[in-house]
Every structure is written in structure tokens, then in C-alpha cells.
Design a protein around this ligand. Structure first.
Ligand SMILES: Cc1cc2nc3c(=O)[nH]c(=O)nc-3n(C[C@H](O)[C@H](O)[C@H](O)COP(=O)(O)OP(=O)(O)OC[C@H]3O[C@@H](n4cnc5c(N)ncnc54)[C@H](O)[C@@H]3O)c2cc1C
Length: 242
């Protein structure tokens, strides 16, 4: 995570410069794996630009046309809960609040919140694209559109439709010690790690000790993960054969 994205976007530094400079720096430090990963991220950027150049409609229309019939749900209340970071899923809320407060979000968390919007909530990826466009300091036509289509499964080299991130396991993996989540969702600060990503499972006395009343200080989950996952798979299956 270099945090170079806004600087590359605004042309303060060229991707070519980053490509060559990083190889010089990393070959002396020997962290070749990190370098390969970093260069592959620059490759994704090139891929997105190439896509946008050849398919200028990428910004607002499905790259895979079968997605034109996708049964998206129009729900402004759920959309707003997602935008404001009030979904009841701590890693999603941390990401969305980080975005609102700082204009940035780690790539992994972008994928988690994106998957939550289009797969668990079944809200059209273009809503997410619009919100990111408004909030990101690195908002970039090519990267944003290509990434949202990747998340939705409608893109050129998209995540398979059945790949639905689980915000609980992702939270535990991405933010093991809970530092990131507690920073952006401070109402959960005192909740022990064991329940940080599943506050609704915490016993009443644990919640009380942490000073949390669910539904008042922090929301109950706005959607059931298991049911919404099954609903998403059904929705994706309905357009699969077309
Ligand atoms: C839903 C979604 C929306 C996104 N919207 C944008 C956006 O509007 N603007 C944007 O620059 N990136 C976007 N990305 C890609 C990626 O999240 C950011 O580029 C990255 O998090 C920026 O942090 P960094 O500079 O530390 O990245 P690093 O990991 O250090 O990567 C180096 C550079 O490679 C490029 N890059 C990294 N990952 C990607 C990727 N997956 N796709 C394309 N280019 C990449 C960026 O220019 C980045 O600065 C989006 C990803 C998702 C999942």
C-alpha cells in the first residue's frame, strides 16, 4: 500500500516513473515478493485504462451485457446506511466512514464494502461507483469503473459471481487486532476482539461493559449474511445462462 493513487491520478508522478523507481528501491532491499505484488497493481491500472480506452461506455454500462437484466434492488434507505457506515457490520462501517472522513480506503476494504453493496444488498454497482466518485481522493474514471464492474461480476475480468466476501471473516483477517475498526467505529472501542466483528453475538453483560446498547449506540446488522448470500446466488444464476 503506497498511497500513491491520488498522485498517479493527478499526474504528479507518472506510472512509468513509479514502475522503474520501485524496482531500483526494492532490488536493493530484497523484498522481491512485495515488488511483484506492487507491480501487478500498476498492471491493473494499465488494464483499466486499456479497457476504458477501448470501451468508453465502461463507466455506466455493464461490460457483460447479460447483466443488463440483473434484478438489482432499488432501496435508498439501505444505500444510505451503506454510504454513512451504519450497516451493523463493523469492517464495512469502518471502511465507509474512513472513505467519508479521509477520502481513502484500502483496496481490500474497497472490495469488501463493494461486495456487500452489490451482493448482500443487491444494489446496482453504479450506485457504489457514484459514491466512490464523490468521496475518493483518488477517484479515477478508469480504475473506479473497472473495479466496480470487477466487484459486481459484470466486468471484463470480473470476480466470479459466487465470490461473495464475508464481512465477518474479512474483518478478522484484515484487522486482526481491531485497530483499524476501532479507529473508525469508536463506539465499539471497548468491545473485546472476540466480538468486534459480530457485536450482535456478544452477551448482554459484555455489551454493557463495553458501554454499547445495540440499536442505539451501534446498529443491528441491516441484512442477514446467509440469506442475502443465497439471494445473491439466485439472482446471479437467473442471468447466468443468457
Ligand atoms: C470498488 C473499487 C473502486 C476503486 N476505485 C478506484 C479509484 O477510483 N481510483 C483508483 O486509483 N483506484 C481505485 N481502486 C483500486 C485500488 O483500490 C486503489 O488504486 C488502491 O487502493 C490505492 O492505494 P495505493 O496507492 O496504496 O495502492 P498500491 O497497492 O500501492 O498500488 C499502486 C498503484 O497501482 C494502482 N492500483 C492499485 N490497485 C489497483 C486496482 N485494483 N485497479 C487499478 N489500479 C490499481 C493505483 O494507481 C495505485 O496507486 C478501486 C478498487 C475497488 C475495489
Amino acid at each position: 500500500m503506497s498511497r500513491l493513487s491520488p498522485h498517479i491520478h493527478f499526474g504528479e508522478v507518472s506510472p512509468h516513473q513509479v514502475w522503474y523507481q520501485s524496482q531500483q528501491m526494492e532490488s536493493s532491499s530484497g523484498r522481491i515478493k512485495d515488488l511483484e505484488h506492487f507491480l501487478s497493481e500498476l498492471g491493473w491500472r494499465e488494464f483499466s485504462y486499456n479497457l476504458l480506452f477501448h470501451f468508453p461506455d465502461l463507466i455506466g454500462t455493464n461490460f457483460q451485457k447479460k447483466f443488463d437484466d440483473f434484478p438489482w434492488k432499488d432501496d435508498s434507505d439501505l444505500l444510505e446506511r451503506w454510504q454513512k457506515g451504519n450497516t451493523g457490520y463493523p469492517i464495512v462501517d469502518a471502511g465507509m466512514r474512513e472513505l467519508w472522513q479521509t477520502g481513502y480506503m484500502h483496496n481490500r476494504v474497497r472490495m469488501v464494502v463493494g461486495s456487500f453493496l452489490v451482493k448482500n444488498l443487491l444494489i446496482d454497482w453504479r450506485e457504489g461507483e457514484r459514491w466512490f466518485w464523490d468521496c475518493l481522493v483518488d477517484a479515477d474514471l478508469a480504475n473506479n469503473a473497472a473495479s466496480w464492474q470487477w466487484v459486481a461480476g459484470s466486468g471484463a475480468d470480473a470476480a466470479p459471481y459466487f465470490r461473495i466476501f464475508n464481512p465477518v471473516t474479512q474483518g478478522t483477517k484484515f484487522d486482526k487486532d481491531g485497530e483499524y475498526t476501532r479507529k473508525f467505529v469508536p463506539e465499539l472501542e471497548k468491545l473485546p476482539n472476540k466480538f468486534l466483528f459480530t457485536p450482535w453475538e456478544a452477551p448482554q453483560n459484555v455489551l454493557e461493559e463495553a458501554g454499547i446498547e445495540l440499536g442505539k449506540d451501534y446498529p443491528y446488522p441491516i441484512i442477514d449474511l446467509k440469506q442475502s448470500r443465497a439471494r445473491a446466488l439466485e439472482a446471479f444464476a437467473s442471468i447466468k445462462k443468457e
